[in-house]
Write a protein that binds this ligand. Sequence first.
Ligand code: SF4
Length: 400
Amino acid sequence: MKRISETQPNPKALPSGEALRSIARTEPLGLYIHLPFCIDRCTYCSFTTTCDHTLLPAVLTRLGLDMTRWGQSLDRPQVDTLYLGGGTPSILPLGELSALQSRIRTCFDLGPLQEATIEANPGTVELAWMQGTRRMGWDRISLGVQTLDDKLLARLGRIHDAREGLAALKMACDAGFERISADLMIGIPGQDLARVISDARAIAKAGANHLSIYMLDLDKACPMKTEVEQGILQLPSDEEVAESFEVLQEELPNLGFLAYEISNYAQRGHESIHNTRYWERRPYLGLGPSAASHLEPWRWTESADIQAWSASAGMREVQWLEPSECLAEIPLLGLRMLRGIDWDGLRAHAETLGLLKTVSGWEDDLAPFLQHGLLVREGPILRFSRKGLLLSNQVLQIFV
Ligand code: SF4
């Protein structure tokens, strides 16, 4: 990856405004806003977030400034998906949320908006807040339920218990959200298979129509990783985690949930439009500390230092993607979708770039996975088989 610059937190550090404007004009953008505040830090968390809420005014001010700058430099671009994530956006009082939303409307053209998602922590929500967000036009809510085992929730350092997780789902239904997503985590120390299945059933029954299945990821430093390294906690074996994943794959269709991405299941018509844009490599603008933006061939990530970012002093990492890198991302991200990718189309595209040899090399590397039935070729389409989903990381390494 070619690193062009690591400079000022100023949109002008990127290529000329006109260069980005012309990319932003090709199709509506996704807008992601990162609100980096939580009530307490979960033991497994390595996200950009803080419990120091005194920083909230400064973060909101910088977010407002960035919206104004981007709105001006991209000529009030069209936005068709909106996502307020974190952190815990549900700590934001309705008044602040309404002000944030007005600024979004002023700076961006929400005419083509198809979806507006807000993340919420079950430990922070009340019916009035949910009703207020729904009235403001947020039409999809994503709840961090994780598990319905109180012992495991305490181990994860979550601020809510199972009862509150289920209550939040019911509240979302009562507030009029028709699109409700819940996170369900697997691979938690002490979690057993029966628990995973009963949780999935209870969450579906409580009203979720989208499920994101996350494997506990302790790659980065966090208190739980230290406990595992010190032998205080023991992670389930890879085989146990794989079994949870497989059993969910069998059970979720019975509950009306179909896999549409490696980790995401939805009842028909409830797939996340915003998240799908990442796998389809459609353009998006990310605002807030650590947020990433992609206007091909440019990609940039805001500083993860919340204080520095708020003071407009953090470093922004800007990357210019080579044509070969853009090409590799098509299968790397696109194969995550269960529907797969048009491999013949990819070949034709590579030919126009003079990169056909690269694709032929990938085909050699993919051949054993096709032979073993982890990948399936149907006409022009290449996709993972159900068995292949479990080993998708091995296959996707080919494109890294
Ligand atoms: S709620 Fe989410 S962002 Fe906040 S500490 Fe927990 S895992 Fe991290």
